[in-house]
Design a protein around this ligand. Sequence first.
Ligand code: GAR
Length: 177
Amino acid sequence: MIGVLASGEGSNLQALIDAGLPIAAVASNRGDAGALARAEAAWIPNRVFDVDGYSDRAARDRELADWLQLRGVDFVVLAGYMHLLTPAFLDRFRDRIVNVHPSLLPQFPGARAIADALAAGVDTTGVTVHYVDEGLDTGAVIRQEPVTVEPRATLVERIHAVEHRLLPEVVRELCAH
Ligand code: GAR
């Protein structure tokens, strides 16, 4: 079963739901994440794990891992989850956590990848699905797809469209193994 972590609007979570993947739980670090409403609408158990409610991030991550494992989660997808995970979480799902990122990593890691690509003046950026480790968008790459920067007006939209196709595709393949 899949657990999804998301901090934002949740359009990638929606793509996973729409692909019919077996999602057992959705968690967020933010109470205002649109992803929680999407989980609710799909009858998927969901919960907020706000770091402010814990002594430190490791304590929060331990409780998050416990909650996911209790729901049968054995594979975790980060779909716009904007927090680094500590070893307290990573050790529980070693090599079973993937992330989607809006650039061709190792170019433009971090939370502002699309803006950073535009500022750098590159012709091509893209989407990466990769394994998650302790670093910021540093784990081994699983799949990448390029996206041309021009026309700029539709870049965000075109990147999202690639994410929404690529992420469910990769997750389906990995879960089949
Ligand atoms: C996505 O574009 C995802 O690639 C990005 O956040 C967005 C979340 O959108 N993730 C990162 O930048 C991770 N470093 P969503 O909430 O609509 O799925």
